[in-house]
Design a protein around this ligand. Sequence first.
Ligand code: 5AD
Ligand code: SF4
Length: 448
Amino acid sequence: MKTFYIETFGCQMNAHDSEKVVGTLLEKGYSQVERAEEAELVLYNTCSIRDKAEQKVFHRLQQFKRDAGAGKVFGVLGCVAQQEGERIFEKAPHVSLVAGSASYTRLPELLVQLEAGNRRVTGLDLNTDLAFDTPHTRRDNPHRAYITIIEGCDKSCAYCVVPFTRGPERSRTSESVLREASELARMGYTEVQLLGQNVNSYRDPSPSGWDFAQLLAGVGDIEGMRRVRFTTSHPRDFVKGIIDAIDSSPSLCNHVHLPVQSGSTKILTAMDRQYTRDEYMRRIEWMKNARREIAITTDIIVGFPGETDQDFEQTLDLLDQVEFESMYVFKYSKRPNTAALQYDDHIPEEEKTRRLLIVQEKQRAIQIRRNAEYVGRVEEVHVEGYNKATSQWIGRTTQHKTLNFIDADVREPQEGRTLVGKYLDVLVTRASPNSLAGESIATRPVLQ
Ligand code: 5AD
Ligand code: SF4
């Protein structure tokens, strides 16, 4: 068994875990193939944040087994693996490996057991001390890298599976984070994204005892690091020091993703979010009063049990008040083990859909208005790719907005000539609800 295929579902944490899994497998002599059909070992790194995400993996397993699964070894990794454990063997008997993210340090050992012909191998321990710290990460992107700073989550939001799938909170030492970031800068990476389910509760376990704001500033100070992002934040642990760090270090991106979930304090309490609407708004005020202009994005859940029309109106009102740069909105989905499962007053599916559409429509109008304000401005982009269909380069601004542009000099990628990975100043000439478009400007003081 020497070839593997991996497919990843879910968040950036999962995407980065897959990079570590790939690195570990390559190190063990496996080679990666692009199509599941060609692989001896087929891995799915799964997400269970909402029911739909969970169903996807079972669908994939069934479909693949039927079509071309004969003779292959199947492994389920990630959050569904942790949540369902050995039940996966019952639901999908052709699966041989089930391992949650907290057990990936044992992955090489599990692979040896598989190779020895073991039919059923599991890694489901949640309380491992070590984060999945591997020297063999195979990063997908040569310019922008993920760095895990904290694993797991100690909160108990009433809707959320993550504390059950990713285990208790464990922070990495600041020394090890800084070492990885410096090494990445040395390799030519100019942008990093610090990852954790709740990066704000980061606490350095080594004697220096850094908090998140200190770590952020420390990474921002590394030579060659032009953009530092972080995700995801919990409003309860989001302190003013983070804004101060962003204000004083230009390499820290002026974008904060701060999931609010609801605009109603009653619903926030039922969700056990540990903040009120007013407390959330105080954090928004910090950002609006910052010296730099900070782009704020969020997540919303509609149709949480007990959400009345008045509660929902309060969410709509909050959207008007904050005017988020962009957002993800979800219909509440029942998850195993979570407190909200036991709540009364579950909202009918059609009503959740109705509310979802209202939020989406409102936010679309806000984004049309906000994005229009960018027209005429010059924004620095980090170039990510090229879109053949539109003949435009694809860039990201520091606020994490997509800015597609044309460049008079390099109209398209050519042999040995690409803009990907470079930083350019772009004049914004058009705006749509989800992206901006423009032209790079002739003077290029920041061409790397
Ligand atoms: N139902 C719907 N949305 C959820 N999220 C987390 N759990 C659920 C659930 N059970 C959303 C939250 C979170 C984002 C990652 O997913 O908005 O911030
Ligand atoms: Fe999905 Fe949450 Fe797991 Fe990420 S941590 S893969 S969002 S369930």
